[in-house]
Design a protein around this ligand. Structure first.
Ligand SMILES: Nc1ncnc2c1ncn2[C@@H]1O[C@H](COP(=O)(O)OP(=O)(O)OP(=O)(O)O)[C@@H](O)[C@H]1O
Ligand SMILES: Nc1nc2c(ncn2[C@@H]2O[C@H](COP(=O)(O)O)[C@@H](O)[C@H]2O)c(=O)[nH]1
Length: 185
């Protein structure tokens, strides 16, 4: 089976991590853990959800791509992807849309991009609050240009990425199943 990385992208709170975890649990895909200078949320653990970095330690890694999102740095390393592919031919990663574009441009058909859309921005904010995010962090995030940019699929990904409206999670999982199945064998 050819190596692929399933890139889950979309707005904050759209369900990217939920779908990434489904890919891991249901299709045994290895998760590529990325690096960030954002402080951990109460339920997040270093090395499991992210590698949590200082600005100084962040700068020491070699990135396939890195971005600034709502005031924090995020980056995914070549080593992380190569190590994931050593474990399983299919890997999965959560990226903002800028990162998804870079993966598409650098990896071509090895990157399978899935853009998650939630039309109702009020619902996105409610999902972040239900998840237990800090109110001030949510307010800062929804004011950021990155949050607004990621509400719609970027023009350069149109025709190259799958779009799923993640309203009903069961329906989303069925769409994901159909997409992944086309890459088996
Ligand atoms: N279809 C859905 N319907 C209702 N709630 C959902 C749905 N999908 C995910 N959620 C919930 O919404 C919250 C946000 O989901 P998740 O953390 O996966 O989003 P995300 O896109 O990874 O967010 P971020 O980019 O901010 O980390 C979680 O509490 C998750 O359980
Ligand atoms: N381009 C990249 N985007 C990344 C990376 N790791 C995470 N992300 C995306 O950043 C935002 C914010 O994440 P959050 O966990 O603070 O909510 C979100 O869109 C993530 O998908 C990365 O290495 N590169």
């Amino acid at each position: 089976m050819e190596n692929r990385v399933f890139v889950i992208t979309g707005a904050a709170g759209s369900g990217k991590t939920t779908v990434r975890n489904y890919l891991h649990d249901h299709f045994n895909m290895t998760k590529v853990i990325t690096h960030t200078t954002r402080p951990p949320r109460s339920n997040e653990r270093n090395g499991v959800d992210y590698y949590f970095e200082t600005r100084l330690s962040f700068a020491k890694n070699h990135y396939l791509e890195s971005v600034e999102y709502a005031g924090n740095l995020y980056g995914s390393s070549y080593e992380g992807l190569q190590n994931a592919w050593k474990q399983t031919p299919f890997a999965c990663i959560v990226l903002d849309t800028a990162g998804a574009i870079t993966y598409q441009q650098k990896l071509g058909t090895k990157a399978v991009i899935i853009f998650l859309k939630v039309g109702d921005t009020q619902e996105l904010q409610e999902r972040m609050m239900v998840r237990g995010d800090d109110t001030a962090m949510v307010a800062k995030r929804v004011k950021s240009p990155e949050y607004h940019r990621d509400l719609e699929m970027p023009a350069v990904l149109k025709g190259k990425a799958f779009e799923i409206v993640n309203q009903n999670l069961a329906a989303t999982k069925k769409r994901v199943d159909r997409i992944v199945t086309t890459y088996l064998n």
